[in-house]
Design a protein around this ligand. Structure first.
Ligand code: TYD
Ligand code: MG
Length: 472
């Protein structure tokens, strides 16, 4: 009789170890190793692994002999548009046949809604869609479809959790698109582990990958993540699937961002913007205009920054409020920006600009529930703080771009020209940028090309100089 072996699998990162340890050596998480029976690989599994290692291209028969680059036929990557340009851009131009894509997000954020809408569009324009749900009954999905105004002549619903049943249905129906909602509910029968556990989630994803590759049908898989990222799944899946998109947004804000974090068929870090309505998610094709629409232009502490989200510049308002601290310990609160960055900017304002913000409570906020990690918004955040502190307005038609260094210098940022032109396009009349890098050249170029003098680029070398200009 074959000896039964056990191994210990980290429920956080999926790392495998031969003995139990308190701390996973791979990801450093504590108490996450669980014992699982190590089933010897079946021939099917071995086939699958070789399948994953080789691209499904027509050049397959050459796989064993080296081939000189010019002789390799380019893969003609046809794309299926999903009916929502905002999502197509994040996908890199639509769905690639045979790709497996993970849509992650917190429960309740709108994953099922988005993919049901996509299903409706594909069913209407491309061909049959199979929507498999282990989360809701088909009656519940029907109700949602009615609310979303999806008729769905070609939209097939299946309430199932068994992987074999799902695969069988796909092979029978041969749909143009498969949705699996969610990977945490799918069950491979030959595994004893509970649904949602690392081994189930990983095995099911591998099999869905094989299904996608052999059938050339694109498969979209939903995966729940909690705020703490504790649920087994998405983090482990990221390595297996072709693309990972996250749907995010503040629960109490109506905007939803679809963000690409991995994409084998396109650029990452693209975002698509949607707004949540009773009738579903509606695309926001000009997000900057929307995010700036309800701006209070006559209040101090407000600045407009230009952040790059993928290939797209995005103008958003940052707000700051500086108030004398009532209780000995001044506090600072950051929403949508890194708190350490806020503290750093306050220190630079104190030491390099001479604004004694130290004894004050400081609140900084990115409007619209956005999270911006880019340092290019430093200047805007610092200016908003100074504006509130001094009770002076930043001109409503001015956009601010620039990273702030510890010496109080303004540092160059990437894609400066693109950002500045986006501000101009949205009707801003002035743009305050660093003179460093391409800044001065860009200012001269725009001054020359723009005879009417409508749009002005102003450069500054330090935060102190920039604040004099913005708050005079
Ligand atoms: P749902 O799509 O079920 O979220 P998830 O699949 O990520 O858990 O959406 C959650 C709730 O929000 C649901 O009750 C419907 C509601 N909702 C709307 O009313 N409009 C919308 O545009 C979206 C996305 C959701
Ligand atoms: Mg759902």
């Amino acid at each position: 009789m074959a000896k039964i072996r056990t191994k210990y699998v980290c429920q956080q990162c999926g790392g495998e170890h031969s003995k139990w340890m308190g701390k996973c050596p791979d990801c450093g998480a504590w108490n996450t190793l669980e014992e699982v029976v190590d089933v010897p690989q079946s021939p099917a599994q071995q086939r699958r692994q070789s399948l994953l290692g080789v691209s499904p291209s027509s050049n397959n028969h050459h796989a064993h002999t080296p081939i000189v680059l010019p002789q390799i036929k380019p893969l003609v990557q046809e794309r299926i548009p999903v009916g929502y340009p905002e999502m197509d851009r994040v996908l890199g131009g639509g769905l690639v046949p045979g790709s497996l894509i993970l849509i992650g997000g917190e429960p309740g954020i709108g994953k099922s809604t988005l993919l049901l809408q996509v299903s409706g569009e594909i069913a209407k324009n491309v061909g049959p869609v199979l929507y498999v749900s282990g989360e809701e009954s088909i009656e519940q999905i029907k109700m949602r479809a009615e609310r979303l105004d999806i008729t769905g002549e070609q939209l097939y619903l299946l309430a199932a959790v068994e992987l074999d049943l799902i695969i069988e249905s796909v092979n029978r129906l041969k749909p143009a698109l498969v949705i699996v909602d969610s990977i945490q509910t799918v069950l491979a029968n030959h595994l004893t582990a509970a649904p949602g556990s690392i081994s189930q989630v990983r095995e099911c994803t591998l099999q869905l990958m094989q299904l996608a590759k052999t059938s050339q049908i694109p498969v979209l898989v939903i995966g729940h993540v909690t705020k703490e990222g504790t649920v087994a799944g998405p983090k482990v899946l990221e390595h297996i699937v072709d693309a990972v998109l996250y749907l995010e947004g503040e629960r109490y804000h109506s905007y939803r961002l679809l963000r690409g974090v991995k994409n084998r068929f396109g650029a990452t870090h693209e975002i698509g913007v949607f707004e949540m309505h009773g009738e579903g998610l509606i695309e926001v094709t000009n997000p900057s205009a929307v995010f700036l629409s309800d701006r209070a232009t006559n209040a101090s502490g407000s600045a407009v920054v230009v952040s790059m989200e993928g290939t797209r510049p995005l103008l958003v308002e940052v707000q700051a409020l500086v108030t004398p601290s009532n209780f000995g310990n001044p506090r600072s609160t950051a929403n949508g920006i890194d708190h350490n960055r806020l503290v750093m900017l306050m220190a630079v304002l104190t030491k390099r600009v001479g604004l004694a913000v130290g004894g004050h409570d400081v609140y900084a906020n990115v409007v619209g529930g956005f999270n911006i990690e880019e340092p290019s918004i430093d200047l805007g955040v610092a200016a908003a703080i100074a504006s509130s502190y001094r009770e002076k307005l930043i001109p409503a038609d001015m956009a601010l771009i620039g990273e702030v260094g510890l010496s109080g210098e303004l540092r160059a940022v990437s894609r400066l020209s693109l950002r500045v032109h986006e501000a101009a396009k949205l009707g801003f009349k002035r743009c305050l940028i660093p003179s460093a890098g391409q800044g001065t050249r860009l200012r001269n170029e725009i001054a020359e090309s723009n005879q009417s003098g409508e749009f002005k680029v102003i450069t500054a070398s330090t935060l102190a100089v920039a604040l004099e200009i913005a708050l005079h």
